[in-house]
Design a protein around this ligand. Structure first.
Ligand SMILES: [Zn+2]
Length: 150
């Protein structure tokens, strides 16, 4: 599918590293529309909408904020912690939204595995269906996110 000029501009923005080191596309050479469509198809197979995933991520972050930098117990299986840096970052979609540089880390079960997301990731997944390109430091595979969230 040919991308519109708007998507072309967005993609240039996502690939540039002026917002975050390395940009949001990582080493992914696919067009941004293809990244979004492929993740949307994966989510549909998993029976979850991007909006639901974003809402659940936000609920976990909000719960973890109360623990002030220590691990908060979300439920029997999950723990989450929030770290905050100074400053804010604007959404690359130029929709006037900006987010604090806050990172939520989630661990679950007896696993040593962790996933993390920023407040901007929550917004980009929930509102734009964008999980970032492969190789990007905040890329989360939809299948892994759904396993952790639900
Ligand atoms: Zn946005």
């Amino acid at each position: 599918m040919k991308q519109s000029p708007e998507m072309q501009r967005l993609e240039e923005m996502l690939r540039s590293s002026t917002l975050v080191a390395g940009g949001f596309m990582g080493t992914d050479s696919r067009p941004v529309t293809e990244v979004i469509e492929s993740d949307a198809a994966e989510l549909a197979r998993l029976g979850v909408s991007a909006r639901e995933a974003g809402a659940r991520m936000k609920a976990i972050t909000d719960a973890a904020i109360q623990a002030l930098g220590t691990w908060a117990r979300i439920d029997e299986r999950r723990w989450a912690k929030v770290d905050e840096a100074r400053g804010a970052i604007a959404c690359p979609w130029s929709d006037g939204r900006a987010f604090r540089k806050r990172v939520t880390t989630v661990r679950w079960g007896d696993s040593d595995k962790r996933i993390h997301w920023s407040d901007l990731s929550i917004h980009m997944i929930g509102e734009h269906g964008f999980f970032e390109g492969r190789g990007s430091s905040f890329r989360i595979e939809p299948v892994e996110l759904v396993r952790v969230l639900f």
